[in-house]
Design a protein around this ligand. Structure first.
Ligand SMILES: Nc1ncnc2c1ncn2[C@@H]1O[C@H](COP(=O)(O)OP(=O)(O)OP(=O)(O)O)[C@@H](O)[C@H]1O
Ligand SMILES: [Mg+2]
Length: 396
């Protein structure tokens, strides 16, 4: 058993011990050092020299996130994996927010479980950066096609890079991703190549698959063919998001229209959402539906920014109408600008290509929500001959 992973298993109130046991016993690469339930003396239990802690629970266990939190705080360098029978979206997000490294949905054969645990440990070994907080992950959403999601994602990424943030932009529009095109990048390496390379997704491997744009942002380009797109799994996405978040300051994800399974998985691990709507009644209705869906998923609306694109279009809808239709006012309004299609053709987002335009200002205002603008440079001090003494002298 030299290579067995030594684990501790904590059981929340509604966890099914039989299912948990079935998932863990019988594979020589897992060694369970002990089981404890919610009421046991956790401190002593967690002191044991295990490499990983499992929090087993059902989706109804409200204590599960607290248990994850405790296990993480007890030894932040030791990974924690949640094991659950079902995984509603809100629950997954909470588990990850509490610091879980992964979630295993039961039932699963011990060999699969062992593989996931090995992966988690390998990922930690390759990636852990003590003391470094995870970067924010901003998902750019829009329930309707063509509202300006890609425009917002690319400009937000560049606006943050202009503030010296280290930004990775992910094109999750797996079928029709056009970030490469919008940024004038050739798809030499794509998300599909990264997936084929396989885990562990350490910094070095990720970096090799990112394409650098002249603005400084790094891009994970979408697969180039539809058959490649269907090969991208949720599990893979979760892995790369977790890794990317330890190697940069912000991960921005451009999404396809609607709530596809990949988009839902991204929402689950995101720290912020940027919802993009346009000034026409159909788009506004869909934006409202999108906001309601996030609400149903238990997403905290405080972390949802609303961007109204083409906000100055003269289509007979007033700002008051907008607030009435979607029950909130937009946080940022992006005007229509003929320079936008031009900047896309040039491969340079408008925030860099035309920094003084109204659209660029709007994107900087959006970036303010995630990273404060740099303080203005102090005025140069007067030289000694015309310095403070001279000023004092003049005032006398
Ligand atoms: N504010 C604007 N002013 C001028 N043109 C715009 C504006 N917003 C978007 N466009 C144009 O609309 C097109 C669609 O925008 P974009 O690709 O960002 O939408 P999308 O939501 O990502 O679409 P899809 O759902 O197909 O991915 C762009 O090519 C751009 O030229
Ligand atoms: Mg798009």
């Amino acid at each position: 058993m030299a290579d067995a992973i030594r684990i501790l298993v904590t059981l929340a109130e509604h966890a099914d011990p039989r299912l948990v046991e079935q998932a863990l016993e019988g594979d020589s690469s897992i060694e369970v050092l002990g089981y404890a339930d919610y009421f046991d003396d956790w401190h002593e239990f967690l002191e044991q020299p295990a490499e990983l802690v499992i929090v087993a629970c059902s989706a109804d266990d409200t204590s599960a996130t607290h248990m994850v939190d405790r296990a993480v705080k007890h030894r932040p360098d030791r990974p924690v994996v949640v094991m659950t029978e079902s995984s509603p979206n809100g629950f997954l997000r909470q588990a990850f927010e509490a610091g879980a490294d992964d979630v295993i949905t039961l039932p699963q054969p011990p060999s699969e479980v062992a593989f996931t645990l090995q992966k988690v440990i390998a990922r930690r070994k390759g990636l852990s950066m003590p003391g470094r907080a995870s970067a924010s992950l901003i998902a750019v959403l829009g329930p309707k096609g063509g509202t300006g999601k890609t425009l917002v994602a690319t400009n937000l990424a560049v606006a943050l890079a202009q503030r010296d943030a280290n930004v990775v932009l992910v094109d999750l529009d797996l079928q029709f991703g056009d970030i490469g095109l919008a940024l004038g990048l050739s798809p030499e390496r794509t998300m599909y190549d990264l997936m084929k390379a396989g885990p562990p997704f350490d910094h070095e491997k990720l970096d090799r698959h990112l394409v650098r744009h002249s603005s400084g942002i790094k891009v994970l380009i979408a697969p180039t063919r539809p058959d490649q797109a269907s090969a991208v799994s949720i599990e893979f996405l979760r892995d790369i998001y977790a890794s990317l978040r330890t190697m940069c300051d912000a991960v921005i994800v451009d999404t396809p229209p609607g709530f596809t399974p990949e988009v839902i998985a991204t929402i689950d691990v995101s720290t912020e959402i940027c919802m993009v709507g346009m000034l026409d009644s159909l788009s506004l209705k869909n934006t409202k539906l999108g906001l309601e869906t996030l609400d149903l998923m238990g997403y905290d609306t405080e972390h949802v920014s609303l961007v109204l694109n083409r906000a100055d279009s003269r289509v007979g809808i007033t700002p008051d109408d907008v607030s009435t239709i979607i029950s909130r006012s937009p946080d940022v309004a992006v005007p229509s600008d003929r320079e936008i299609p031009r900047s896309i053709n040039e491969g340079t987002p408008i925030v860099a290509a035309r920094p003084s335009s109204g659209a660029a200002k709007a994107f900087r205002a959006l970036a303010d929500r995630y990273a404060p603008a740099p303080a203005p440079k102090p005025a140069p001090l007067p030289s000694s001959s015309t310095g403070v003494r001279a000023l004092i002298g003049r005032r006398r």
